[in-house]
Design a protein. Structure first.
Length: 344
């Protein structure tokens, strides 16, 4: 373990908190977690306030509140040696990053949709999430807090694109993702082979809620994806795993099961990324797209436009050989639409 524990603030119902805690355990990075939805008194508050929040030195040496899990994983790769969560092969690292983004930004649509759409899921979530405020509450206070939680969260469905039009697309996509992962786990321990990549931790984070907490998606996962349900519980703590460089997949020969998952990225997420980027560029408030042949309408989301820009930047930064390997792997998945060939 690292000698000085990292400080962070988070809650068990945050998929991104769970993502980062599992990564820290796997990488043997010591940490001190404060369970609170409100932050840690005396320490900076992130804007916007998101979880988990890490308290790390900024460029000027002052402690800053840092929240975005994807750049945090890359920062920790630089700051801490050994047990890397990003493959050394740049082509596989790019595939890993694409799947990480899918986990973080599309699977969260399924998580939020199920949690705040179905009555049984809302009832469970509002009462338990209300208990994560960090202070004891009597029954009347808890009931009032639960009502506040659901009244605040249900309207936020528009941010992830969950509505009566898109709900069937989200649910059909969630089922296919479970099927694809179940198939992959028949022959591989992790998405990236015999050791986890950043994508494993991203997908795991969302699935901690979908397969282990929220009643409706959990029942489906239990029925059709027992390997996925077990995998989620195992990824919780991989501190005892002893990885080797030979455990990574070969990016030039990805298994059909992973290509099947990439096809879901191309089918579900790629058209949304492209349509959202067009909407943001045009200054439109609403995204209109076709996903899996069905109409999709949601509020435009600036952060996901940044996600596409970052992926396009990293694809362009690959050397010719690595880019050719990535492009060959993505050909026919639908993901290739995200990275059109440069003119000339």
């Amino acid at each position: 373990m690292t000698p000085t524990p990292l400080r962070l603030n988070g809650v068990a119902g945050s998929p991104y908190t769970r993502k980062m805690l599992a990564l820290l355990r796997y990488r043997h990075i010591a940490y001190r977690l404060v369970h609170s939805a409100a932050g840690i008194p005396g320490l900076p508050v992130s804007r916007p306030h998101l979880l988990p929040t890490f308290y790390l030195p900024g460029a000027d040496g002052a402690i800053a509140a840092v929240t975005d899990s994807t750049p945090l994983i890359r920062r920790f790769e630089r700051d801490f040696n050994g047990r890397a969560a990003i493959p050394a092969d740049p082509a596989l690292a790019f595939i890993d990053a694409l799947l990480e983004d899918f986990g973080d930004e599309w699977l969260t649509k399924a998580m939020f949709h199920y949690r705040w759409t179905y009555a049984a899921d809302v009832r469970k979530a509002e009462r338990i999430l209300a208990c994560w405020r960090g202070e004891p509450q009597d029954d009347p206070t808890l009931a009032a807090t639960a009502a506040q939680v659901s009244s605040r969260q249900v309207p936020r469905l528009r941010y992830v694109g969950s509505n009566p039009t898109t709900g069937p697309v989200i649910e059909a996509g969630y089922r296919r993702v479970l099927d694809a992962m179940e198939d992959h786990l028949r022959t591989h321990r992790f998405l990236m082979g015999g050791r986890p990549g950043a994508s494993d931790f991203a997908v795991y984070g969302q699935l901690t809620q979908l397969t282990q907490f929220d009643p409706t998606p959990m029942a489906l996962a239990t029925e059709i994806a027992p390997r996925v349900c077990a995998w989620v519980l195992m990824v919780e703590d991989l501190s005892g795993l002893d990885p080797t460089e030979g455990d990574w997949l070969d990016a030039s020969h990805l298994p059909d099961s992973l290509l099947r998952l990439l096809q879901e990225v191309g089918r579900l997420y790629a058209p949304l990324l492209l349509a959202n980027a067009r909407a943001i560029e045009a200054g439109a408030a609403e995204v209109q797209a076709s996903v899996d042949g069905q109409p999709w309408v949601q509020q435009a989301f600036a952060y996901q436009a940044k996600c596409l820009a970052w992926l396009a930047r990293d694809h362009q930064a690959l050397d010719a050989g690595a880019r050719a390997t990535v492009d060959a792997a993505l050909a026919g998945t639908g993901c290739e639409a995200l990275f059109p060939a440069a003119p000339g």
